[in-house]
Design a protein around this ligand. Sequence first.
Ligand code: ZN
Length: 66
Amino acid sequence: MANEHRHDMGAGGRCICTKCDKTIAHRDSVPCREERCPECDAKMLREGSHHHELFLQKHSKEKGDS
Ligand SMILES: [Zn+2]
């Protein structure tokens, strides 16, 4: 067994667009919030992060009473 397996999953994760749901690979040195979507130039969030969950919750609710 001389094969070397490199796993990059741990440090990775993905950034997801808040507009079109496009995902890109998260870069370690760049926060997702500072990334821009390559498709629509919207801001991005770390996929699965607390902020992303809040974002999904807001958008899953219809605007009702305020
Ligand atoms: Zn986008």
